[in-house]
Write a protein that binds this ligand. Structure first.
Ligand code: ZN
Ligand code: ZN
Length: 425
């Protein structure tokens, strides 16, 4: 029986990998320009990190984690997200002793046990940014501008940033009370999950996707109605800064984010899709998380996005670069002696970092030329017994369909010249 890949995973094959590389390169260049440094944390962590760092009331921790005992009977979990690990590293590696705020980014695979469906995988990839040790509104504004710029650089259109403030523990508690008051007479009609949330975390009822719950919470008190003076000022200044940076945003009071540790700024980037808007990036401020996992009081803010999701949006808007296979030349050699001479030439050109290949099949001239065509190279360099005898090389321009001979002894020099000329055009 053929062994198949595990459910919910995918192979990223040649043809697709170029698109991933394009995305990864854009991530790295934008982050570098903004002065963010990459951090790589382990793929698995002790389970407790996510129970404390993500929150044990969340679906991620309750239902979706890949948790297992290793041979030493330690409970480990494949990371379901990146923020908890970055905060753990911040504490464990004492990154707070350096200059703050610390500006980090990461990208890599994450794991969640979800029902596989189109575009959703159990091993998926996230790009995220975390800024630790900065509590000023300008930090929030920089993080949001970075993500805004990133999408614009990719060429993605139809974007809108949604921002909200979920307040601090003080104003949030008051909001929770007001919200419970509002929801009490609607309690029986709420979905089972929301009835559960009613006690534990009523704010998350606003986040429910159930249509009836959405209807029932129409007109519910929002966090914005009850912000304290400090939270209110933070939110005002953030808006002024976003305006100054030219970020197109809108205030969305229903935006509360699922995770428990968020405070003040919450944001999402939504993209216009056929008839609907959907979130492509989510983030927010989490000033209590580092303490939650045993570190010093540290302000934090970040975002994460699913890279598969970004690629799908780019694909839908036809903004992905064509994976144009191209090379400069391919040596087409006939016979062992010609192959040896051809191999000598290819080796010399490769030392000069000129992209060339040589036929690896030893098939007929026609078959070799066909594969040169398929590779999309500009020139086929043909060497047979006759050419060897005359000490020449046939250069066939595959685009123009013309060919001419050059002396074999000068082939290396004249081809490398040709390549440099082409490269500077
Ligand atoms: Zn507050
Ligand atoms: Zn609900």
């Amino acid at each position: 029986m053929v062994i198949q890949r595990a459910k919910g995973t995918q192979d990223i094959l040649p043809g697709m990998i170029e698109k991933w590389q394009f995305l990864e390169e854009t991530i790295r260049s934008v982050c570098q320009e903004y002065g963010y440094e990459e951090i790589r944390t382990p793929i698995f962590e002790v389970t407790e990190l996510f129970q404390r760092g993500v929150g044990d009331t969340t679906d991620i921790v309750n239902k979706e984690m890949y948790t297992f005992l290793d041979k030493g009977k330690r409970s480990l979990t494949l990371r379901p997200e990146g923020t908890a690990s970055v905060c753990r590293a911040y504490v464990e590696d004492k990154l707070y002793t350096g200059a703050l705020p610390l500006k980090l980014y990461y990208l890599g695979p994450m794991f969640r046990y979800e029902r596989p469906q189109t575009g959703r995988f159990r091993q998926f990839h996230q790009f995220g940014v975390e800024v630790l040790g900065g509590d000023k509104p300008v930090v929030d504004a920089e993080v949001i501008s970075l993500v805004w710029d990133f999408y614009r650089r990719l060429g993605l259109g139809g974007l809108e940033v949604h921002v909200n403030s979920v307040g601090c523990p003080n104003c949030r508690q008051q909001h929770a009370q007001e919200l419970q008051k509002f929801l009490t007479e609607r309690y029986e009609q709420l979905c089972r999950d929301c009835q559960d949330r009613f006690e534990r975390n009523p704010l998350r009822v606003l986040d429910c996707k159930n249509p009836l719950c959405r209807e029932l919470t129409e007109g519910a008190p929002t966090t914005l109605d009850l912000l304290c003076a400090d939270c209110s000022q933070h939110f005002q200044r953030l808006q002024a800064l976003l305006q100054a940076a030219g970020v197109v945003f809108k205030i969305n009071p229903r935006l509360v984010r699922g995770l428990d540790y968020y405070c003040k700024t919450a944001f999402e980037v939504v993209v216009e899709e056929i008839g609907a808007q959907s979130a492509i990036c989510g983030g927010g401020r989490y000033d209590r998380l580092v303490q939650e996992i045993g570190g010093p009081p540290t302000a934090g803010i970040g975002f994460a996005m699913g890279m598969e999701r970004v690629l799908a949006a780019l694909e839908a808007q036809q903004k992905l670069p064509e994976s144009g296979k191209s090379g400069f030349a391919m040596v087409v050699a006939l016979g062992a002696e010609a192959q040896k001479e051809g191999f000598r030439l290819v080796s010399k050109l490769r030392q000069e970092r000129i992209p060339v290949s040589i036929d690896l099949t030893e098939r007929s001239l026609k078959a070799q030329l066909k594969s040169a065509d398929r590779l999309g190279v500009n020139f086929a360099l043909i060497l047979g017994e006759q050419e060897l005898e005359k000490e020449v090389l046939i250069v066939r321009d595959l685009q123009l369909g013309e060919q001419y001979e050059i002396p074999l002894s000068e082939a290396h020099i004249s081809l490398s010249q040709k390549y440099r000329e082409g490269a500077t055009q």
